[in-house]
Design a protein around this ligand. Structure first.
Ligand code: ZN
Length: 243
């Protein structure tokens, strides 16, 4: 705001007749105020005390796969113009059948190039009680030539899964393991299920982008993600013979 504008406002008439008359506040107004304060305190407490995340990280039978971005939200882009939203969707679509083959109920937050709000992505995941949420992204380092894979988590219930998934993804693809990191990303902070956000490589880095645009390399990424999830659960839900 322009400071001068504030200064030029007319002075407040502290001694105007209305202000001198002490009006009794209606009890209803008081109650409404109290209710509003209680509501706000409740909302804050919910955020601060970390709303009990269901610890399903070793028991889950549903995986909610979230392809990052979509529609007008393109995410990062390679120097040649390939968009993160398309790469993320392609990888999520490759992971899904592998998890289904292993016996997991597998849900995609988007199957096409559509926009889904962050809250809706979490809402989809929260519908399932025995689930984990895995968001698929590619990273942006601007002009820096950084490469490698990272995972992000927020709740303690998600930490082990984030660590395992980035380790397995690195081992499967050969990309550098840049480790699991804690982050206050909205989808991680608000999810009621263990939630991990995977950064599957830097698409702004020429050498890594050249790999990521190849379908065969994205298939490796998908294998790495699926393996990490399956290992986190302690193996496939179906017997090997059914795979
Ligand atoms: Zn992204």
């Amino acid at each position: 705001m322009d400071e001068n504008a504030t200064r030029s406002l007319p002075p407040v008439h502290l001694h105007s007749p209305q202000n001198r008359v002490k009006k009794r506040t209606h009890p209803l107004v008081l109650w409404s105020l109290l209710a509003a304060v209680a509501f706000l305190l409740g909302a804050c407490a919910e955020i601060d005390t970390h709303r009990g995340v269901r610890n399903t990280s070793r028991t889950f039978n549903t995986v909610v796969l979230d392809a990052g971005h979509g529609a007008h939200d393109s995410g990062a882009r390679t120097r040649k113009g390939t968009l993160e939203k398309d790469l993320a969707l392609d990888v999520a679509l490759r992971v899904a059948p592998k998890l289904r083959a292993a016996g997991f109920n597998t849900i995609l937050t988007r199957k096409r190039d559509v926009f889904v709000t962050l809250d809706d992505r979490v809402r989809i995941s929260d519908r399932y009680e025995n689930a984990v949420f895995v968001s698929v992204h590619f990273n942006d380092a601007g002009r820096k030539q950084v490469s490698g894979v990272e995972s992000y988590y927020f709740s303690p219930e998600s930490k082990r899964m984030a660590e395992r998934m980035v380790r397995v993804l690195s081992a499967t693809t050969g990309a550098e393991n840049r480790n699991a990191r804690i982050a206050r990303f909205r989808v991680l902070r608000t999810a009621q299920n263990p939630a991990v956000l995977m950064e599957c490589g830097y698409i702004t880095t020429t050498r890594e982008a050249a790999l990521i645009v190849q379908p065969a390399y994205r298939e490796k990424i998908a294998e790495g993600l699926a393996r990490g999830i399956i290992e986190q659960r302690g193996g496939p839900l179906l017997s090997e013979s059914k795979l």
